[in-house]
Design a protein around this ligand. Sequence first.
Ligand code: NHR
Ligand code: GAR
Length: 223
Amino acid sequence: MTAPKRPRLVVLISGSGSNLQAFIDASQNSTLDAEIVGVVSNKAGVLGLERAKKAHIPCEILDHREFADRESFDAELGERVSSYQPDLVILAGFMRILTPKFVNRFAGHIMNIHPSLLPKYPGLHTHQRAIDAGDHAAGATVHFVTSDLDGGPAIIQAEVPITSGDTTDILASRILVQEHQIYPLAAQWFCEGRLTLNNGAPHLDGNALPETGFPFSTANTEQ
Ligand code: NHR
Ligand code: GAR
């Protein structure tokens, strides 16, 4: 019997790629039944590219600074991504806002992970903003990407405490532990066909997800 074709993932990065590593690990230990067929970074020299090379994943650099504008960068990025024929595009610490044209090209097939409890703190500097606001909790949210920045429909969300004395670095690493759990899980749901978009609303096993996504329990993953 031939095994069914594994879904094809393309991962876009800009930095250290620890979420990319979580996907590599999950696909190697079969908690994610998908193949990472390509990695594209808009920055040269980042650790994420080394992680891809080590896992023998084709990777390339597309420097946004070499393009006249966002439209022309996104047009080329779209071509590169399409060339891998992906079933799902994963933004993993990818730091360039994508044009509606790019997003529409892969509509329903792009996910992002954002380090906040969306709808709180879309955009940048989320950890500092949560600490400055005196919040007692922070977290991460996986969502489908739309042209509404960090505003696409949520899939899964994990919460962590903020404790007194937390710096942005401490908080960021506490959140990253959760990111590495929930992001490959969301992708696996998608790859299994359990996660669907019905008129823009994410459903898991046919049931509409809450506005803030599936509430991931940290009970058995806390360190
Ligand atoms: N694109 C669209 N259309 N929709 C989303 O939801 C997106 C997106 C592109 C990236 C990730 C997002 C995050 O999770 C993301 C979601 C970059 C910026 C940003 O301001 C904001 C949000 C996100 C990513 N980028 C600056 C820009 O001018 C550059 C900042 C830099 O290079 O350091 O693109 O946080
Ligand atoms: C992660 O915390 C991710 O949620 C965040 O950047 C980090 C990337 O880490 N994403 C954004 O802020 C997107 N604008 P990684 O490169 O180690 O996966």
